[in-house]
Design a protein around this ligand. Structure first.
Ligand code: BES
Ligand code: ZN
Length: 470
């Protein structure tokens, strides 16, 4: 559970105290920069290698006793270099204390450290044998943002682990146990709604989840600080598996649908980060948690469901289930005041088609905050891009039989119409943000393993810090 994720991060592998026995890493782009630093033997060794100083290439040099004496790291950029490359390369060094003191001014130390932490992530729980490698330690004297990066790394481990857990393990029952442990860990209040109360008070969550023998429920976590200056409400889509329901997905479309709870994972990741930072805020986290399954109890195309808000919804497609469970959670959230209201959800395939796996689309009712979010995202290597709540497309959400339909037939602008659908349940909140995340990395890259991926969390966490706690 949460401790399992956190235990795998050793915060000590980054040290900002001055350590004694260290091996210096020299970051350089040409021979002339190191001629005076190295021994003649080492220098001629590098020459013989014809070392090219390309970005991220490195050579470990020995002293006369065969011990490691220094490391030369290439910094020459010949083409576009990938994010987190240096941190990832550093993570491959053999166990030892390494001193980083001349990291070039135009390079990003935040990227280096975050990349370093994230490069040790693996999801090996279900391998018969897995051994953990001995890790190197990086010594960056006086570096100030160490904790911020560490907490981001922790959140990322928590989120990736949750997404990577398969649906035969992470079902609504298991998720409840997880949330209980999470709540204990962070000392938050936890309320769980299920059974008859769920059916009565959150009819859409009940309808979507009722086909599964793993019963639907709603988790509500509350974290309160005295004299808090900010009330933040986070809602995450917790569909533990999305078959599509009676509008069954294809085999290919269903392949990665264990990740359909990535919104829920993200809000827990963001909460973890904000609480770890000890920010003076009140947090409320809502997670509608279901399996969108097939059985005789499944809700059907054509069904008319009455939501918590009283609005009727005609089901055009049972695969557009995320917006339904979020709608009831949103209505509930507006019954108490919040300064910022946020949803994180793997809501539409259209968002993925528009942005691909690297950029997270988001919607915002507040222009200033949207601008800040974009800038913050770039700063913390979590790119986000704003899409519009384009009012005219509301037409698509009408129904011949009731107030709304859940899946416009035209299929156009799917991410926008889904966001507009959610917005209808926010009582025109003046700071409503919605992230339509993908939550998955399709190809292994430096600092990013294949599988579960945290998106939008670093952007939003940073934007909140800058706007409210600076
Ligand atoms: N979980 C999916 C969205 C999704 C699919 C996210 C693939 C990421 C990758 C969601 O529940 C869904 O199936 N949405 C439908 C909505 C449609 C029926 C209006 C979609 O996007 O196809
Ligand atoms: Zn679906």
């Amino acid at each position: 559970m949460i401790q399992k994720s956190l235990k795998r991060i050793n915060s000590k592998i980054i040290s900002n105290k001055t350590l004694k026995k260290t091996i210096t890493i020299h970051f350089c782009s040409k021979f002339s920069e190191i001629e005076k630093i190295l021994t003649t033997a080492n220098y001629s060794f590098l020459k013989q290698l014809n070392f090219n100083f390309n970005y991220g290439n490195y050579v470990i040099l020995p002293d006369i006793n065969g011990k490691i004496s220094s490391v030369i790291f290439g910094m020459k950029k010949t083409r576009k270099v990938s994010k987190f490359l240096i941190g990832s390369q550093l993570s491959k060094l053999p166990k030892n204390n390494y001193l980083i003191k001349n990291y070039p001014k135009n390079e990003n130390t935040f990227e280096l450290i975050l990349g370093f932490y994230l490069s040790f992530y693996s999801f090996k729980e279900y391998h018969k044998r897995s051994k953990s490698l001995k890790k190197p330690t990086l010594n960056l004297p006086n570096y100030k943002k160490k904790n911020k990066i560490l907490y981001f790394a922790e959140s990322e481990y928590v989120v990736r682990d949750l997404i990577n857990l398969p649906a035969n393990i992470l079902n609504p029952n298991y998720f409840e146990e997880y949330v209980k442990k999470f709540s204990n860990f962070h000392n938050t209040k936890l309320k769980i709604v299920c059974g008859k109360s769920l059916k009565k008070d959150f009819p859409l969550i009940h309808e979507v989840g009722k086909a599964s023998s793993n019963k639907p429920r709603l988790f509500e976590l509350t974290y309160k600080r005295s004299n808090s200056s900010l009330n933040l409400t986070l809602i995450g889509k917790g569909v533990c598996f999305d078959t599509g329901g009676l509008n069954l997905k294809s085999g290919f479309g269903m392949m990665n649908m264990k990740k359909d709870m990535s919104g829920a994972a993200s809000v827990l990741g963001l909460a973890h980060y904000l609480i770890r930072l000890n920010l003076n805020l009140n947090l409320r986290i809502l997670i509608p948690c279901v399996e969108n399954s097939l059985s005789e109890k499944s809700f059907r195309p054509g069904d008319i469901l009455i939501s918590r808000s009283g609005k009727g919804i005609e089901i055009k497609n049972t695969d557009a289930e995320g917006r339904l469970i979020l709608a009831d959670a949103l209505t509930y959230s507006t019954e108490k005041k919040s300064d910022i209201l946020v949803t994180f959800a793997s809501l539409t395939g259209a968002a993925r088609v528009a942005m691909g796996p690297d950029i997270t689309p988001f919607f915002s009712t507040c222009d200033d905050f949207a601008d800040l979010l974009k800038k913050s995202g770039d700063k913390v290597f979590d790119p986000v891009w704003r899409l519009p709540f384009y009012k005219d497309y509301n037409k698509e959400l009408s129904s011949e039989f009731t107030d709304l339909n859940n899946a416009p037939l035209s299929g156009m602008a799917g991410a926008i119409t889904a966001a507009l659908f959610l917005k209808k349940f926010t009582k025109s909140h003046n700071m409503f943000l919605h992230f339509d995340i993908f939550g998955w990395n399709t190809k292994s890259k430096p600092g990013k393993t294949y599988g579960g991926l945290m998106q939008g969390v670093r952007s939003l966490g940073t934007a909140i810090e800058e706007k409210f706690f600076n």
